[in-house]
Design a protein around this ligand. Structure first.
Ligand SMILES: CC(C)(COP(=O)(O)OP(=O)(O)OC[C@H]1O[C@@H](n2cnc3c(N)ncnc32)[C@H](O)[C@@H]1OP(=O)(O)O)[C@@H](O)C(=O)NCCC(=O)NCCS
Length: 178
């Protein structure tokens, strides 16, 4: 496999990212770049050559989607982590989380949080986060959002989650597990 490069989404990469890993509507990624430019979020993309293979967003305090759980824990949070089905189990999510931790520390925060589902479907994510040092903070609770398709149709999403947090104490805490 070619090397994985994780970097912030740039306007020049928008079309390739949307084509390879479509969001639920045509404007979502453009909006994310807007928040990124204002320092309220970071949109990370994992590229293998020209192909987008994974994504993760870090949301900072002040972003409209900064969650009540993140507010409670007083930390930025990872949102919308996902790896394209054909690219899983190759360390791409790990690389995205490590990059998210680096961005969080660079922004002056010492902790990073995330919500993860309690259902069987989230078993892989729970294993990933446990391996990377995220620990239970609170829950379970319902995490819900009302997304919108291009035609305005509502796309409700909801799940029962627990909230995990990791203390990013030093640069060593971002190292990948062996
Ligand atoms: C969860 C997800 C992001 C993992 O991505 P990935 O690139 O395959 O993860 P990595 O290769 O970095 O895996 C790192 C570790 O996570 C755990 N893991 C990943 N996939 C797993 C699976 N299918 N079953 C069990 N553990 C798994 C393992 O501990 C793995 O280490 P190992 O491969 O040495 O055993 C991916 O499966 C995905 O996109 N799932 C759908 C969306 C989702 O659940 N997102 C998370 C929302 S909270």
């Amino acid at each position: 496999m070619d090397p994985v490069e994780v970097r912030r989404l740039a306007p020049a990469d928008l079309a390739a990212f949307q084509a390879g890993m479509p969001a639920w509507n045509a404007t979502e990624y453009t909006n994310r770049i807007g928040f990124q430019e204002r320092g309220l979020a970071v949109q990370l993309v994992a590229w293998v050559g020209e192909r987008p293979t994974g994504r993760a967003m870090v949301v900072f305090p002040g972003h409209p989607e900064w969650s009540p759980s993140a507010y409670r824990e007083g930390c930025p949070e990872i949102r919308d982590l996902g790896v394209a089905p054909g690219w899983r189990r190759r360390g791409i999510a790990t690389a995205l989380v490590v990059a998210a931790e680096r961005e969080t520390r660079s922004a002056g925060f010492a902790r990073l949080g995330l919500g993860v589902g309690v259902e069987d479907a989230a078993a892989a994510a729970r294993s990933l986060y446990e391996r990377l040092g995220y620990v239970f903070a609170h829950g379970p609770f319902v995490q819900a959002a009302l997304l919108e398709a291009d035609d305005g149709a509502p796309l409700p999403v909801a799940g029962v989650c627990t909230y995990l947090v990791k203390a990013l104490t030093d640069e060593g805490s971002t190292s990948q597990p062996s």
